[in-house]
Design a protein around this ligand. Structure first.
Ligand SMILES: [Zn+2]
Length: 281
């Protein structure tokens, strides 16, 4: 004879999960029951086994552990994530919190392929139930699954920080775009010709644009991507041509090219022409 009581504040899904897990044992002749008892704020799902036979006891306990661990990862984890996002990022609007949650779910989903969390949790539950017959899920997760919760906190923080940074950059690029569109004196084109030390800007006639104080030197320590973007925003050309021939080791970051594409109506990339071939450097 053995009893395992599982206490939860919201038993939705857990009773069905335990029912499903225990049904095959019942059909195989194991006498076991499942009852729900409410004590205070907690619902206890009381699993009872009516035999001391070792093999049946092991199978019965394994079924409970499997159902509970999968329920924690499938249902309780979602509640935990909602609480974490609300606690850590309650200051951002609800739609942004939902978007962060979606991204967290995707991140965790892709990671689950490598090391299923419910297997690690199942081991802890097994260890616990070897000594105790009552398990209150909230307390168990808080005190016995600290590494699992810590992992969720780190995932939420990483995803949310990336999301917020991306959102901030998008807003900034939108502002730059408006700034460029409002410029009333826009040259038709700016050719950005990169060379080993930096870049220079030319108009269609090959004249160096007056806003650029000579060639910008990459070795001066300035972030060439930032210098280029701020220079182009000030110049506000309608069309930008980035001359990035293959022989150059200096390359513009892909994120900078995307940023330029968001700010200017037309951005094209040249991989070799008379303006940018090696002899012209
Ligand atoms: Zn070119």
């Amino acid at each position: 004879m053995a009893t395992v009581s599982i206490g939860v504040d919201d038993p939705v899904g857990l009773r069905d999960a335990l029912d499903d897990a225990l049904r095959p044992l019942l059909l195989a002749g194991t006498r076991c029951t499942l009852q729900e008892v409410v004590r205070g704020n907690l619902h206890f799902l009381v699993c009872h086994l009516d035999t001391a036979e070792k093999e049946r006891l092991t199978g019965w306990r394994r079924s409970i552990v499997g159902a509970l661990s999968e329920w924690i990862v499938g249902v309780q984890q979602e509640r935990l994530l909602r609480r974490l996002v609300w606690r850590l990022y309650g200051y951002v609007e609800a739609t942004a919190q939902d978007e962060v949650l979606d991204l967290v779910r995707k991140r965790l989903g892709s990671r689950a392929m490598e090391a299923p969390a419910h297997q690690r949790i199942a081991e802890r539950i097994s260890e616990y139930l070897a000594s105790w017959d009552t398990l209150v899920v909230d307390g168990f997760v808080t005190f016995r699954l600290q590494d699992y919760v810590g992992d969720l906190v780190r995932t939420v923080e990483r995803v949310a920080e990336g999301y917020l940074l991306e959102r901030e950059q998008r807003a900034f690029r939108t502002m730059l775009c408006q700034f460029v569109l409002q410029n009333t004196c826009r040259p038709p084109v700016a050719h950005c010709i990169f060379h080993t030390q930096g870049f220079r800007l030319e108009n269609e006639a090959g004249r160096v644009e007056p806003l650029v104080p000579g060639d910008l030197d990459h070795r001066s320590g300035a972030d060439i991507d930032e210098v280029l973007i701020s220079t182009l925003v000030a110049l506000a050309p309608r069309r930008v041509v980035l001359h990035l021939p293959a022989h150059l080791s200096l390359a513009l970051r892909t994120s900078s090219i995307h940023a330029l594409e968001e700010v200017f109506e037309e951005v094209s990339i040249c991989t070799g022409c008379v303006r940018c071939e090696p002899s012209g450097d």
